[in-house]
Design a protein around this ligand. Sequence first.
Ligand code: TYD
Length: 137
Amino acid sequence: MKRNTVYDTSVIELPKIMNRSGNITSISNYLNIPFSVQRIYYLYDIPSGSERGGHSHKDLHQLIVAISGSFDITLDDGVTKKTVRLDRPNFGLLVVPGIWRELKEFSSGAICLVLASNKYDEKDYIRSYDEFKAFKL
Ligand code: TYD
């Protein structure tokens, strides 16, 4: 976790079953993502100009998907920063533990779906950037 870098994060293409009356994307544990989902949450009704995130996790793996609209995620491993724009429901960003993330530039009506490898645990968060930098040493 300490040694993970932004190069360990990746945008993955998810299956898309196309039909004249709409599409389906499904995500299965260990088939499409390298972990088992223990929790799903989503951000919605996000006011224009909002910034979310601003933390790292010690052990949590996540898949982040813009299931509606778009937003930017800046990833930071303490040395390198990388910004990814998510804007399609069949692409997701895999985020490994030990990466600081900030989400911004949400479009109107954006919905950010997160599949997470563990239940909510405040002890897994690093919310201070100084603490994050010390954790990465
Ligand atoms: P946080 O993860 O900091 O949100 P974001 O990264 O989107 O800005 O969570 C915001 C608040 O919601 C915080 O008080 C913790 C709470 N929360 C839960 O209770 N359960 C959850 O599954 C999540 C993700 C957050």
